[in-house]
Design a protein. Structure first.
Length: 488
């Protein structure tokens, strides 16, 4: 019996950039990250007062590394620290890049990712990089505040002259505009801020000093005080929410504030937080000792959520979406899943030791394709929706024609992406059928047939959408590529 819980490895990456105001730069960072197949961007938090943004995405390890590097390229080109001022301490355009193990990945794996990214950034972007947290090469570099001491301006004077400031990778001089970057591996961290009903930043700083670990306060808590939009803020990193949960931190800050006759007005999470932290806070407040056993949503998730049968029923319904394009993408995703399965049935088997290295490479590529094709199932339906909206523009509107053409071209781009993935899967299935586990050879054949169905369906969708353009020449490049892929 197959193990359907054998899901692909996944890491979280949470790069922080010294930009919280320029939407064009934030959009460019977003585009760089999401352009990498297999990456799912979960959250973006931008703060103008701190002049900082926090991106949270998850991906297979190789894809996560590539997405982080591409975002660093954008930040290096578009963020100038000589013109940057904000409440939050910073030393680089890309200030910090942590990798966090989520599923099927160890902390050691994330340390290796951090080292690989650091080496590449130092070499290709000429940025000095410091390894921190679990990836640190020296004890004094485990804590980010210790590395960032003096910020960009201070490090500009120290790197190259102070041996203690010598980077782990990259040049021994600071990048003139992009500064320096810390890259590391760590457990899940929660960035948590509490606002006080006072303009006296000294109160926030004193409370931060009282509660942080380094001053003898709560374990696994870093804290500083800032003035944000006229309010004193206690800004914290909770390094281990199972040791010190947010509810305990809130209670400690509230007690310290009350002792100073100051009220707490609100708190906020920057980025994402595991649901157990919020549920734990509610359970503690209600004095519920078995809250987890009574959660409706958790019970629903245990049933598997939306079913394949449900999606097929939706496909069979009277609505035009999901339609053939989504079905083609799903066929491709199923093909990728089968190829991944055979890779796993090959890896670790003595009889196929000679093929193991190649099977591992194929598994990484295939899992990225599977994630992309699964996303394209939904993207195709969304693209059709945009076409429908464009056709509803009044015919006397002078912009209607351009809007329809733009939507149609977009609706052709999605199946073209499906075609690219399917064509690649055909080649992978063929190769794996030759070198992989012979007992699963029929699975590679089924994968190839599914990929061919996905390819044919995707090409047909490109043809239909290009033909509907006011001038099919506007989509000739898409159609030519699709037809070329269809002959694979």
């Amino acid at each position: 019996m197959r193990d359907y819980n054998n899901l692909p490895p996944l890491v979280e990456c949470v790069p922080n950039f010294s930009e919280g105001k320029d939407q064009a730069v934030l959009d460019a960072l977003r585009a760089a990250i999401t352009a990498v197949p297999g990456v799912k961007l979960l959250d973006v938090q931008a703060d103008a007062s701190h002049h900082r943004s926090v991106f949270t995405f998850v991906a297979p390890p190789t894809a996560a590394l590539e997405a982080a590097f591409r975002a660093m390229q954008v930040a290096t080109a578009r963020i100038d620290l000589t013109r940057h001022r904000g409440e939050h301490p910073r030393m680089g355009a890309t200030d910090v890049v942590p990798f966090v193990p989520l599923r099927g990945v160890t902390m050691d794996d994330c340390v290796q990712l951090a080292r690989q990214l650091a080496e590449r950034a130092g070499r290709e972007l000429a940025i000095p990089v410091f390894l921190y947290a679990r990836a640190a090469t020296r004890p004094e570099r485990e804590r980010l505040p210790d590395i960032r001491k003096g910020e960009f301006e201070g490090l500009r004077e120290r790197i190259g002259t102070d041996p203690a400031a010598e980077p782990d990778f990259g040049p021994t001089r600071i990048h003139p505009t992009a500064g320096a970057t810390a890259i590391g591996a760590r457990p899940f961290l929660v960035a948590y801020n509490i606002y006080l009903d006072t303009t006296d930043v000294g109160v926030a700083k004193e409370i931060a000093r009282r509660i942080r670990t380094s001053s003898g306060g709560l374990p696994a808590v870093q804290a500083s005080g800032f003035l944000v939009d006229g309010q004193a803020q206690v800004s914290m990193n909770l390094l281990d929410i199972d040791v010190t949960p947010p509810a305990a931190v809130f209670a400690a800050v509230e007690a310290e504030a009350r002792a100073r006759r100051v009220a707490v007005t609100k708190s906020e999470v920057v980025g994402l937080i595991p649901e157990r932290a919020i549920l734990g806070a509610g359970a503690a407040h209600l004095k519920l000792t078995d809250a987890a056993d009574h959660l409706l949503e958790a019970k629903i998730r245990e049933t598997g959520g939306p079913t394949l049968d449900g999606w097929i029923d939706e496909l069979a319904g009277a609505a035009p979406v999901p339609g053939g394009g989504s079905a083609a993408a799903l066929a491709g995703a199923l093909a990728a899943a089968l190829v991944a399965m055979v890779c796993r049935l090959t890896i670790g088997r003595k009889a196929y030791a000679a093929a193991e290295g190649r099977a591992r490479e194929m598994l990484i590529e295939t899992e990225a394709l599977r994630a992309e094709l699964r996303r394209l199932v939904d993207d195709d339906a969304a693209a059709y929706g945009r076409v429908s909206v464009a056709y509803k523009i009044p015919k006397d509107n002078p912009g209607r024609g351009a809007a329809v053409d733009e939507a149609l071209r977009g609706a052709a781009v999605t199946p073209l992406a499906v075609a690219r993935g399917a064509a690649r899967l055909i080649a992978l299935a063929r190769e794996l059928g030759e070198i992989g586990n012979k007992n699963a050879r029929s699975d590679t054949k089924v994968a190839e047939h599914l990929a061919r169905a996905a390819l044919a369906g995707a090409v047909e969708n490109v043809r239909v959408n290009v033909a509907a353009l006011s001038d099919p020449a506007k989509g000739r490049d898409l159609l030519e590529e699709a037809e070329r892929l269809g002959r694979a």
